[in-house]
Design a protein around this ligand. Structure first.
Ligand code: ZN
Ligand code: ZN
Length: 256
């Protein structure tokens, strides 16, 4: 094992993901309550004090809800872009470090490669994590796929990828019109077809698994996502399909 991943929870009500190497543990987003973060870390066999840094992708509440309480209790370093820091309550953080989302940096033995994404926040980004020659890509909260995103995610050994909504279900559903427009826009969220297309575009023999993130409870269904994801991975391919859910953590997934 060189890298492993787990979702503490993922969906429109809160997101928090773990990336771990032999010597380093990173929390990506902290959008659950402090209590939920502590409990779910415990159920995955980790202590809050094990976390070397929290990385924040953007300032939307479902990604930062618990970050201030967590960082103050455990004196954890929190890292985000300057735009995200300007757009959030970053003054309450005990140790804040900003990064340039075009420049890789290290946390312990993990190399972090941030990249910007089109989403309606101040300076949103997502990440590729590298350790021991393996690459794990995380992509969520993006309205569409840019050439720059594809270039970063090409050749990943594993991927955690937003499958936010089914476009038909969104337009047929009960959300107010302005919210539907926002979600479906170029700076909103990825629908199932966009996510599947990305996989078809960047998939190669290296890909070991894909975990679907940020499923909308109102405008998507786990069964539909699983079907589309498995289709995108193809029958002749050995990559596994997994789903992260809102109310409980996933299992640990190893990148071997
Ligand atoms: Zn979100
Ligand atoms: Zn967002």
């Amino acid at each position: 094992m060189t890298l492993r991943f787990a979702a503490l929870g993922s969906g429109s009500r809160g997101n928090a993901l773990l990336v771990e190497s032999a010597h380093t543990l990173v929390l990506v987003d902290c959008g659950l309550t402090l209590k939920a973060i502590e409990a779910r870390l415990g159920s995955l066999g980790r202590d809050p004090r094990d976390i070397d840094a929290v990385l924040i992708t953007h300032e939307h509440t479902d990604h930062v809800r618990g970050v201030s309480a967590f960082a103050r209790r455990y004196r954890t370093t929190v890292r985000m872009t300057a735009g995200t820091a300007a757009g959030s309550a970053s003054r309450t953080l005990p140790k804040l470090e900003t990064f340039n989302c075009h420049r890789p940096f290290e946390i312990g033995d993990i190399s972090v490669e941030p990249f910007p994404v089109p989403h309606d926040a101040r300076e949103p980004c997502q990440f590729v994590f590298k350790a021991g020659g393996r690459r794990l890509g995380i992509l969520s909260d993006t309205g569409h796929i840019t050439a720059h995103i594809k270039a970063h995610l090409a050749g990943c050994d594993a991927m955690a990828l937003e499958f936010n909504h089914d476009a038909e279900a969104l337009w047929a559903g009960d959300y107010p019109e302005h919210l539907k427009q926002r979600i479906a826009s170029q700076v909103g969220h990825l629908n199932n077809v966009q996510a599947a297309e990305l996989i078809s575009d960047v998939v190669d023999k290296r890909l070991q698994w894909v975990v679907a993130l940020h499923l909308s409870e109102a405008n998507n269904s786990p069964g539909r996502v699983r079907e589309i994801l498995q289709d995108a991975l193809g029958n002749d391919h050995s990559a596994e399909a997994h789903l992260a859910v809102q109310h409980e953590p996933s299992d640990w997934l190893d990148v071997v």
